[in-house]
Design a protein around this ligand. Sequence first.
Ligand code: DOR
Ligand code: ZN
Ligand code: ZN
Length: 449
Amino acid sequence: MNLLIKNARLIDPANDTDRNLDIYVEDGKVAQVKEKLELRSMFGFVEEDGEGLYQVAASANDPVHDQVRVIDASGLIAMPGFVDLHVHLREPGFEYKETIKTGAMAAAHGGVTTICPMPNTKPVIDSKEAVLDELKRAEEAVVNVCPIGAVTVGQEGKEIADLSGMKEAGIVALSEDGKSVMDTGLYMQALRKAGELGLPVFSHCEDRSLVNGGVMNLGAKSEELGLPGIDNASEDIIEARDIIMAHEAGVHMHLCHCSTKLSVDIVKWAKSLGFDVSAEVTPHHFTMTDDEITEDHGRFKMNPPLRSHTDKEALIYGLKENIMDTISTDHAPHGAEEKDQSMLKAPFGITGLETSFALAYTELVKNGPMSLSDLVTRMSVTPSALIGINKGNLKVGKCADIVLADIDHEYEIDPDTFLSKGKNTPFAGKKVFGRVMYTIVGGRVVYEG
Ligand code: DOR
Ligand code: ZN
Ligand code: ZN
């Protein structure tokens, strides 16, 4: 089925577009982008055969009829689908938390049309076979799935994984997410290999020896709650190390979930030297601070932790100034019981796919300093470019991965509406603007609000 999206405000930064344009989608691709497209002037034969469905053909006698669905997008924004470079889908091994299928449905609900699952599954995605198995499982996913492979076998930090085999199988990046490769010599070897293979490396930056059992940000709040804290230095030190190492090794370094002020300064410094680096920020780190933690509960626990007001403001500044390149969620679903306990016991991580656009729009655009076009760049254009996929662009001929959203619609975040198996979020009840109304992947409507 083809689609005619009418009356949307199209924000397509890759083509410098922000105006009202209609979009015709044919065979999964953007076929026309014009003002006031009408089926009756596009086709010789048009017949309505139901609600918003039309049969069209070159002429009444033409045997080839296509079906077109017309979507009235009046009042909606059309954007290239979001690309989330950092999610955890838990399959194989932890299907009670999430499966590739439910994670993909959650993505569609959030307007995310491409997701990059991290390899910390069980078994770890560290071989060609594991990647092929993941891609096979992903065939039933409603969004595009681009796997990330582990840096070391079993993420144990002892032996480099089969990087070239995984590359052949189709990974888009390497990452040891969940931890850092603390053996600098081994990581350097892996980075050199990744550079030769042309694979970007996504670093989770955390010096375990400094974290030392911490469960939340170190500060007044951790003291008040009597919980062990995680200082900024445990993150900053490894960020600086990994950037320097990647430069030496000749590989692109992408810093995961930067949460500190100094991380912004470090990335700015590295870019000023021409280093090949990029950095991501999660919606929770630019929306919430540790002093908003109301009790010792697992829903507030993630790694890196919610930081201070100063850190949050620096991250927003970094995103606005394009020092920080992308917004990724670190979507980390867990079981309800696991999270419904003290931070001392709960696992790290919160879900993110179904709240990312609303949080980002509300915090950064509606109540913040950024333009909607720059937000789309951080959520779609730049992440696509970083992993070298042909997305984030709605020019004629490009793949029709499109999100339609109502940015004037205010609503309360309600985990009961999540399609993810994970309901673990600290944002329940938060009022946000920006509801995803349609998500289209390769010309197919995969979510409709
Ligand atoms: O909060 C987090 N959750 N941070 C990580 O680094 C890992 C992730 C997970 O896998 O749950
Ligand atoms: Zn991580
Ligand atoms: Zn992660």
